[in-house]
Design a protein around this ligand. Structure first.
Ligand code: FAD
Length: 341
């Protein structure tokens, strides 16, 4: 396990609401660490609709999901939040020291004075290919993301899919794998055209094998995969595979949030509308993950919730300090924090 990370506040989820909470917490001198299972910020905005325009963000008549994410990242930059991407918060408990102890699925431990659950529609989770016995190979031979490229050195790698993840990893892993096969159900790719071009060049020079078809069976012993049966227009073929990377897209699942002992209302975390605090003092829930009478799952509601949450979080993180209401427009104190004065 890695060293324990210490911070004032952990924000679970780097969707638009989690990102804006870094700003509101920063204004009241709370340091944050933001964790997301995705490998990038933006939550639903960047994962589900990066190029679609949003029309109801105050003062931005039209902004795409990706642009909103980029602007939020720029706005919170002065506060120097730590970002942990590609990790899921799996455990959350109050420790004997009164602080919250969190663990991620990568074995990292984090301690914080307050926790902000901004988990949206839940964890983005990879879709599992419908193949018998695949679970047994997961984590040893079957991977849904690349945490360390070294894992794939000298392996017979099979990458399945036609999107950006499949193509990007084909290009990155081809030089270190023993062999690399890219399998997609048709000879058309959704990935960025320049990646597709590069992939075709690697296929042409024999570095990568491209197969059009689908997997029908996995073969191996225990957790170790050795071969995969691939069905193509020419029939079935068993190819040597010691590492399989299926990129079949993502779905959202509530995930570990349900097991943290917070009061729920139909899979949403119940909060008050004054502080957006959960049934556990010091744990807040903002954005799409929370519920209260009248809740609207809109980005602008989440922004408001973040502002009120930060007021209460300040009481836990700086119990000896009084908070006075200030405007960013006129407070030199706030402007210093923002780095504009
Ligand atoms: P999310 O964006 O869902 O982000 C939550 C993040 O938390 C995710 O990245 C997830 O991976 C992460 N996470 C969850 N659990 C864990 C865990 N245990 N560990 C680590 N990470 C975790 N809203 C509007 O206001 N206007 C619109 O026009 C609009 N259009 C939309 C169009 C579409 C197609 C969709 C799908 C949604 C639209 N929405 C719109 C809704 C809007 O996107 C959501 O309200 C918003 O994304 C909620 O933000 P959030 O930060 O609460 O959560």
């Amino acid at each position: 396990a890695e060293a324990v990370t210490e911070t004032d506040a952990v924000v679970i989820g780097a969707g638009p609401v989690g990102l804006f909470s870094v700003f509101q917490l920063g204004l009241v001198d709370i340091k944050t660490c933001v964790i997301d299972i995705l490998d990038k910020p933006g939550g639903q905005c960047s994962e589900l609709y990066p190029e679609k325009p949003i029309y109801d963000i105050p003062a931005l008549p039209t902004v795409t999901g990706q642009e909103l994410t980029d602007r939020l990242m720029e706005q919170i930059k002065p506060f120097g939040a730590a970002f942990l991407f590609g990790e899921q918060v799996s455990e959350l408990q109050r420790g004997e020291d009164g602080r919250f102890h969190l663990k991620t699925d990568a074995g990292r431990e984090i301690r914080a004075k307050v926790v902000v659950v901004a988990a949206g529609g839940g964890s983005f989770t990879p879709k599992r290919p419908p193949l018998a016995g695949i679970e047994a190979f997961e984590g040893t031979s079957v991977f849904y993301s690349v945490r360390r490229m070294e894992t794939f050195r000298g392996k017979d790698v099979l990458i399945v899919g036609g999107g950006d993840s499949a193509l990007d990893w084909t290009l990155s892993l081809a030089p270190i794998a023993k062999s690399l096969t890219l399998l997609h159900r048709r000879d058309e790719f959704r990935a960025a055209p320049h990646s597709v071009e590069k992939m075709r060049a690697l296929v042409a020079d024999g570095t990568v094998r491209l197969m059009i078809g689908q997997m029908t069976a996995l073969h191996g012993e225990g957790a170790n995969l050795s071969e995969v049966t691939v069905k193509t227009a020419d029939g079935e073929e068993r190819i040597p595979v010691t590492a399989l990377l299926p990129f079949f897209g993502l779905t959202m699942k509530l995930g570990p949030v349900a097991s943290w002992g917070l009061n729920l209302n139909e899979n949403l975390v119940l909060v008050d509308t004054e502080k957006f605090e959960t049934s556990e003092p010091g744990i807040f829930a903002i954005g799409d993950i929370n519920w209260y009478p009248g809740k609207l799952k809109l980005i602008l509601s989440g922004f408001h919730e973040a502002a009120l949450m930060a007021q209460q979080a300040h009481k836990y993180v700086h119990p000896d300090k009084k908070l006075t209401f200030q405007y960013t427009t006129s407070s030199t104190n706030l402007q210093k924090k923002l780095g504009v004065k």
